[in-house]
Design a protein around this ligand. Structure first.
Ligand SMILES: Nc1ncnc2c1ncn2[C@@H]1O[C@H](COP(=O)(O)OP(=O)(O)OP(=O)(O)O)[C@@H](O)[C@H]1O
Ligand SMILES: [Mg+2]
Length: 154
């Protein structure tokens, strides 16, 4: 059982300074009194770290924002950045196992497995994940995790 506000604040406090090489600022805006979620803490932390790493890599002198809210029986976590954004050509392919361009050349700089595994992990928890992005403006990554009834801490 995980308290979302604690988990997110801990991850940001522990990893942001290590991950960010681009002079970005982190902002956490998390509602307290969020219900508990039943999840594999280590795997969910890896998801957050991955998303924070993506945001930091593709943003310079900007802001990485993590928010968490309670929406329709789900915890909605959003990792946003004010960075370079993602081209409409790549956007529909982000969650493919090995992200490749049409020429067959890999478009991802790392293993390209990051988002694929993040989505698999979220789905394994009964949740969903999607991305909105505008080139030159920034990216929003959304995660929805279901809350089991009767677990509210309010
Ligand atoms: N926040 C973001 N801003 C801009 N582009 C992004 C962002 N997040 C992901 N991308 C794009 O999506 C691609 C795939 O991301 P993904 O996390 O799956 O792989 P990766 O970061 O390249 O590799 P890995 O996470 O395995 O090290 C990235 O290479 C990048 O082009
Ligand atoms: Mg990545």
């Amino acid at each position: 059982m995980v308290i979302p506000a604690h988990m997110i604040n801990n991850i940001a406090d522990t990893y942001f300074a290590v991950i960010d090489k681009n002079n970005n600022r982190i902002q956490c805006d998390i509602s307290y009194n969020l219900p508990l979620v039943e999840c594999d803490k280590e795997r969910m932390e890896m998801v957050l770290i991955n998303l924070m790493q993506n945001a930091c890599r593709h943003t310079k002198n900007g802001i990485v924002t993590i928010t968490a809210d309670f929406v329709d029986q789900y915890i909605q976590v959003k990792v946003s950045d004010t960075g370079e954004g993602i081209s409409p050509e790549i956007l529909p392919h982000l969650f493919e196992q090995y992200l490749k361009s049409q020429s067959g050349k890999s478009m991802a700089k790392g293993t390209g497995l990051g988002l694929f595994l993040c989505r698999k992990t979220v789905e394994a928890h009964g949740g969903k994940m999607w991305i909105e992005s505008r080139l030159g403006k920034g990216t929003n990554v959304y995660i929805m995790l279901p809350v089991s009834s009767g677990l509210s801490v309010e």
